[in-house]
Design a protein around this ligand. Structure first.
Ligand SMILES: C[S@@+](CC[C@H](N)C(=O)[O-])C[C@H]1O[C@@H](n2cnc3c(N)ncnc32)[C@H](O)[C@@H]1O
Length: 304
């Protein structure tokens, strides 16, 4: 299986792992990061989440060849706290998020993530979910489409594209959708700006509720960390990075409501310390080796 783990060394170094660390990999994928983590924690335990059955089936075998001190959990990471509590885990030493979709998911044409190959409209990371790209493209109202294209795709011509989609229904495949987008914006704009990238990103975010689950899970993940515990988060687009940056900023500062008080109650004190003031980006060599790493950003925090 061809895959490449982005910012692997930097993200894992940031976790400050010890022999006996208890670690969560929120996004197991094809076990690139998890394999390195497992090798660093011979007396610890790895809890790895993924919502994609294919990724889990593959990675179970990969990790099994390294050690047996791991547990794979087939679930959306939004349920992280609840799932770990069910297993009797209240606190952990380190958590990693490597967000988005994996290269094998994009490369598998049948999953419908790619605008470069033809497939049924799908884009579900979790094959058991009911909402797919097909429902969104064919059943959402004009205004719902416009809203998600602006918000999650930041596409200037969202209105024209949404109108053309509604008028072209039913749309069954990724290739049909790309043609409709091209028809809506004209060849010149299409070739210059590639709006299909933005529209596919918007639909994928909506199908998987990517920004909602990220916003919900980060405070839970911060709560799960022991004092001194670390978290590394790798994002792939500015919408995700903005959420991570904002939540980390909020949790690293004294709550506005009590700023200036002579003594600050514990619950309003900063919960985390930001480890890298400047976001960490892939090196030029990494970008050369894997062009998909181009937009990656890593942020690391430590629980106080
Ligand atoms: C970029 S890949 C991770 C690659 C992995 N770090 C590696 O080295 O192979 C992201 C993975 O996270 C999973 N994923 C994304 N969002 C998720 C969520 N909300 N809950 C559970 N898994 C998620 C995807 O299914 C995908 O397999």
């Amino acid at each position: 299986m061809k895959h490449y783990s982005v910012l692997k060394k930097e993200a894992i170094q940031g976790l400050n792992l010890k022999d006996n660390s208890v670690v969560v990999d929120a996004t197991l994928g094809y076990a690139g990061h998890s394999s390195s983590i497992l090798k660093s924690i011979p007396k610890g335990h790895l809890y790895a989440f993924d919502q994609d059955k294919e990724a889990i089936n593959y990675s179970k075998d990969v990790l099994g060849q390294i050690a047996n001190n791991f547990t794979i959990i087939h679930s959306n990471f939004v349920n992280m706290k609840e799932k770990l509590n069910e297993l009797g885990i209240e606190k952990v030493d380190a958590i990693l998020f490597d967000l988005g979709v994996s290269s094998p998911q994009i490369d598998d044409a049948t999953r419908g993530f790619s605008f470069q190959s033809d497939a049924k409209l799908d884009m579900r990371m979790n094959q058991d979910d009911s909402l797919s790209a097909y429902e969104i493209v064919n059943n959402y109202s004009l205004s719902e489409l416009i809203d998600i294209f602006y918000a999650y795709g930041e596409e200037k011509l969202s209105k024209a594209i949404a109108k053309c989609i509604v008028n072209s229904r039913p749309i069954n495949t990724t290739r049909e959708l790309v043609s409709v987008i091209e028809e809506a914006v004209g060849k010149k704009y299409f070739n210059l700006h590639h709006p299909e990238r933005n529209i596919f990103q918007a639909i994928r975010i909506e199908v998987n509720k990517e920004l909602d689950v990220l916003t919900k899970v980060l405070p839970d993940a911060i709560d799960l960390l022991k004092s001194g515990g670390r978290m590394s988060v790798i994002t792939f687009h500015s919408l995700e990075d903005r959420i991570v940056k904002k939540i980390f900023k909020d949790f690293s500062e004294v709550n506005e409501m009590v700023k200036g008080l002579p003594s600050i109650p514990d619950e309003y004190k900063p919960k985390i310390k930001i480890i890298n003031k400047k976001v960490i980006l892939p090196s030029e060599d990494e970008i050369k080796e894997n062009s998909r790493s181009k937009s990656a950003k890593l942020r690391i925090i430590e629980r106080i």
